[in-house]
Design a protein around this ligand. Structure first.
Ligand code: ZN
Length: 198
């Protein structure tokens, strides 16, 4: 018998022993329980996902969007392309055209696709990192819970212009990031076009 045949028979023998062990395990109470828990968890995850989708869809539907540019591209002919994001609900046009997304981002992408792929709303005509815009806006709401949109926009523009154009030390930037609950290494205070203007 060739050594190949011997090796093959060995594998078959080993797999048979494994099958016996697996069968014994399968009848154990803890394994049965584990499988049951997995099944319940999968069902709950599905419910969680579909509820998340309903909550977000409702949020996007009800929002009177306040928009900032989150990305500005210029092609070779000098034509400008802008992507918008809403500082109130976080709806972000940049999620379109991305293939690998988290479940949450996929929900946003599906919503945008269903709504003609662009966002209508009050356009502030400024370029701003969306997480920064959302953080500043939510701080304003935190201090003035009953504020109307136009006053909130005035406060927002004041705060953003201050952030963009008043130079502060690195320590101040770090403590500001902390106050706004941004990542500690957040460094998008200015947008690329603001930096070009300097
Ligand atoms: Zn919105």
């Amino acid at each position: 018998m060739s050594s190949f045949n011997e090796e093959y028979n060995n594998i078959v023998y080993n797999r048979e022993r494994l099958a016996e062990k697996k069968e014994r395990l399968e009848n154990e109470e803890s394994i049965r329980r584990y499988r049951l828990l997995n099944k319940i968890d999968r069902r709950l995850l599905n419910e969680q996902h579909s509820m998340y989708e309903r909550i977000q869809t409702n949020l996007y539907d009800k929002c009177n969007h306040i928009l900032v540019y989150t990305r500005i591209n210029e092609d070779r002919r000098g034509r400008i392309y802008k992507k918008c994001g809403c500082i109130k609900c976080g709806l972000d046009e940049n999620k379109l055209g991305i293939n690998r997304l988290s479940f949450e981002d996929k929900v946003m992408q599906d919503y945008l696709k269903k709504h003609k792929s662009y966002i209508n709303g009050l356009d502030l005509h400024i370029e701003c990192d969306l997480s920064l815009g959302m953080a500043v806006y939510s701080k304003i709401l935190e201090k003035h819970p009953n504020i109307d949109d136009s006053t909130a926009v005035r406060y927002f523009m004041y705060a953003i212009n201050h952030i963009k154009f008043v130079e502060v030390s690195e320590e101040r930037k770090q403590s500001r990031a902390k106050r706004l609950l941004l990542e500690p290494d957040f460094d998008n205070w200015k947008s690329p076009n603001d930096i070009k203007k300097d």
